[in-house]
Design a protein around this ligand. Sequence first.
Ligand SMILES: NC(=O)c1ccc[n+]([C@@H]2O[C@H](COP(=O)([O-])OP(=O)(O)OC[C@H]3O[C@@H](n4cnc5c(N)ncnc54)[C@H](O)[C@@H]3O)[C@@H](O)[C@H]2O)c1
Length: 663
Amino acid sequence: MEIRKVAVIGSGIMGHGIAEVFALAGFDVSLEDSFPEALEKARKSITGSLDRLVKSGKIKQEDVASINSRLVYTGDLQQAVRDADIVVEAVPEVLDIKRKLFSDLEKFCRKDAIIASNTSNIRITTLSEGTTLGPRTVGMHFFNPPVVMKLVEIIKGERTDDAVFDAAFDLARKIGKTPIRVYRDSAGFVVNRISAPESLFFCMLLDKNIAKPEEIDTFARGQGLPMGPYELMDYVGIDTVVHSLDYYEKELSPEYGKCRIFKEKEKNGTLGLKTGQGFYKWTNGKAEIPATSPTDKVELMDILAIEVNEAVKVIEEGISVPEDIETGVRLGMNRPFGPISVAQGLTNAEIKKKLEYLQGLTGSTVFEPAKSIREGKLKEIISVKAPLSSESKTAEQASPAQASKEGKFISVDFPSEKVARFQISNTRNNLINVDVIHELEGALNEIWNNHDVNVIIITGKGNVFSAGAELTQFFASGADFMENSRLGERVFKLLSEIPKITIAEMKGYALGGGFELSLACDIRVATDDTTIGFPETSLGLLPGWGGSQRLAKLVGVSRAMYYILSAERFSGKTAHEIGLVSKIFDKAVIDQEAVKMASDLATRISPISAVLSKRLINKGSETSIDDGLEMEAISMGLLYGTDDLKEGISAFIQKRKPEFKGR
Ligand SMILES: NC(=O)c1ccc[n+]([C@@H]2O[C@H](COP(=O)([O-])OP(=O)(O)OC[C@H]3O[C@@H](n4cnc5c(N)ncnc54)[C@H](O)[C@@H]3O)[C@@H](O)[C@H]2O)c1
């Protein structure tokens, strides 16, 4: 679908900006409005905007004439759309106005033209109802001001053709925007949907007399926001907020109708900046906010938890995927981070507890933890890659194994609280090849910032840890073989540095590459008869993936020299005697014992202390004692301010088990 001619309908705040964006990107644009004065205003706004772009060096003065020549301003809808490849409508957010326009577009547009809507909330499917435009209708939701804001939500209506969805996505890219995909047509799409419960929350805080607007806004400014929520609502227009809440009441939950004070303000016509009075009095474009101290009734964490909860619902409902939600909120709300990175940095329990508190405070089910959070599956749901359609959702979520992830070679499950287990599964003896290493890398990266995991067990499927590298793999040259060696070194280093305690469960065989993998872990456990060794030198190789280096560091040069140069196999019992293996477990129960040990460390040991100690030990062996001591003192200083130190000491005094939070 080649798109060259664009018609933008409605030349208001959004329409004129969208038309300018297309003209800047080289498209021919007709900008239509039923009101001549609106068109005149649009022409002036675009001229002013192009001037600013020239002044800031974003475009050249000599390009302005050609940009303007691509723009046609018209009051004739038929003329504007008749040869357009795509029509972008930006008429007011009033269903009847949009519906009437759609029926006109059906008459006047080419039969293959794409019809895009810039609606903020209304479902795309609803807009084309009663016309034949459904398959060609798609959402293209720009953000204000379109020339500046990078985000465009591309929304698939229930009847939208896949090709149209893709074409709109590509087009957004072509005009220099960052599009995100909205796979399910649901009120508010992604960004507005995620801020919907926030609006309700801010209304309920007033309805329930919990704090005053100025106290909350003072708090918000103290958190670094340029405007507090009420000042912002005054700026946008309280009527706009109320209309959105009314729509969410119909489409999402009747709870959105429970907001009282905002509605009263709308009825009284105290709408904010545009009427001179809203929550505040506005003079000369500025809100007069009474000086007051910030409220202590609201925390930043309240807002973050609300956003994470709604983001989880958006994923659960198959509306969008974590990556796009993160991008959407960052770009659409001008934030340094979105709800997915927030969720990565907090535990399921923290978010759940906060939401339960907010539900109690407001009495509204909108703040009830989403299903995945209730079930302790926050980390899994925010790792979803493909959209969860309603069908796939039921299949995936009904499965009790959802907490675990079945890779081709490495499966990850969570056998106990704060414990993850990576299980290698390849051939009979869990041999390690390039694909296994790549999967290990992915699994490590994914779990790196997961605060719900303090300990990782590395194990193999069945009775074997890993009998080594897959020697049948083909490498075209020595250089390729060297890169394979580098890959293993890099990923095993990642494993050795991950901020978690790692345990290698060495059962059956831990030979060659398998032994090397175990050496990159912090702790090794085995059975008496585990067969361990480096056969490499007897094969014309040498222990790679860090093997030639780490063994000497762990058991001393003399022993490493012997075991590498003799290629002699030794038992788990011997490994225990020389201190390489920390615990010996019975062969029949090593899987269970490894989990028991991991679970104990995961709950009894402060995760921050563990990570800093691990770094000190690893780095300390490579540095001078003076530098090592300095690092130790700095680490102590870091620990001093942590909640975990306070918790560790009070638990000790109160003779109870500590509850470490990792901060
Ligand atoms: N303002 C925002 O921040 C924002 C952001 C994203 C999306 N939107 C959405 O964009 C759309 C437009 O919003 P806006 O803020 O630009 O509104 P606006 O009121 O500034 O502009 C609407 C324009 O449409 C014109 N118009 C009205 N009926 C028309 C018709 N039948 N045919 C042609 N023109 C007509 C009006 O004269 C006006 O110029 C809405 O759907 C809104 O939800 C707005």
